[in-house]
Design a protein. Structure first.
Length: 118
């Protein structure tokens, strides 16, 4: 429980780990979120070029971290996966998906988020 960890004063929590993450349905995930508890976690492991034996690219790595962090935090605000492959809430099945979508919400997801704020 969040309260037991002394973190109850926070609105959202994002954990960042450097281990591979899995869920029962998938062999790996870049991140995972619990909408009800407003907590999320992302893994750095597969976001690195080096994971696929490619040369290091720190700019790309940082962009991927930001994109996946925004995506998982979006879930903590109640946003679901989007069908727009240029929206940060699009489900990334590959790093190409993450690189293409970037860290910005589409106009539809922005509207949904605005409605949830009020």
């Amino acid at each position: 429980m969040i309260h037991d960890l002394g973190l109850s004063e926070y609105d959202r929590i994002l954990g960042i780990v450097d281990i591979d993450l899995y869920v029962p349905e998938l062999t790996f995930v870049f991140g995972e979120a619990d909408i009800a508890k407003k907590v999320a976690v992302i893994s750095l492991t597969r976001l690195r070029q080096e994971f696929d034996d490619l040369p290091e690219n720190l700019t790309l790595f940082r962009n991927r971290i930001i994109t996946e962090a925004v995506h998982e935090l979006g879930h903590t605000y109640g946003l679901r996966h989007c069908t727009n492959n240029n929206c940060v809430m699009f489900f990334s099945n590959t790093l190409s998906d993450t690189d293409q979508k970037g860290a910005v919400l589409c106009s539809n997801c922005k509207k949904i988020l605005e409605k949830k704020k009020h």
